[in-house]
Write a protein that binds this ligand. Sequence first.
Ligand code: SF4
Length: 244
Amino acid sequence: MISSHPSIAKVAFTTNGYRLLKNAQKWRKAGITHINVSVDSLDPKCFHAITGHNRLQEVRQGIDAALDAGFETVKINVVLLKGVNDNEFPDYLTWAKNVPISIRFIELMQTGDNLEYFHKYHLSANVIRNQLLDRGWAQKKRSLNSGPAQEFTHIGYSGSIGLIAPYSKDFCKGCNRLRVTSAGDLRLCLFGEQGISLRPLLQNDNQKQDLKNLICDQLQFKRSSHFLDEGNTGITPHFASIGG
Ligand code: SF4
């Protein structure tokens, strides 16, 4: 239904990939255009330690199936953690050598309940950025719709790299993201202080204009930045609570 709407050109879906092998073709046919898969390690043991599941092979097969199914982009999300999986950085690059995936290295962010974990495992995106530049990757000019990622390409690679560096200057400058939680709350930022409920205006089609007005009114409160540097993580206890 969403993909058949004439003004919607892009429908993206983020998944742990467990059912990708089975459903890639079906989801592509249903109109999903872009797919993001979390793969936090390429080492089966480490993957198991991070996710609690011994399913790396299945996920890798699912990604191949997604590439075959013809999604416009297949993004791989990776959070590199100091001393856990940061040694796998070269392995991800090797993967992107001949496979047209877009690997997203996402810097670990502090949330309400992970302060100790954050301090133990946080790896600055600058470290990754410098390694990419040292290896001949070039940063692309930011396009209007590229979102917060810094994009890198390399002439010898089929794939590309994106770097999500939330602690970098101007990270939020081009942010056009709004989120709706599974409970129907509108969130203006991953780390916002408030979430207004859209639920009462999602009950029937006659409420469409009121819903639009409410969302437009809320936009004025979207802030120009998060305040993570000051240790302010807003009302988000952890990302599972807001859907990533
Ligand atoms: S404003 Fe919030 S949601 Fe947007 S990029 Fe910054 S932290 Fe992320």
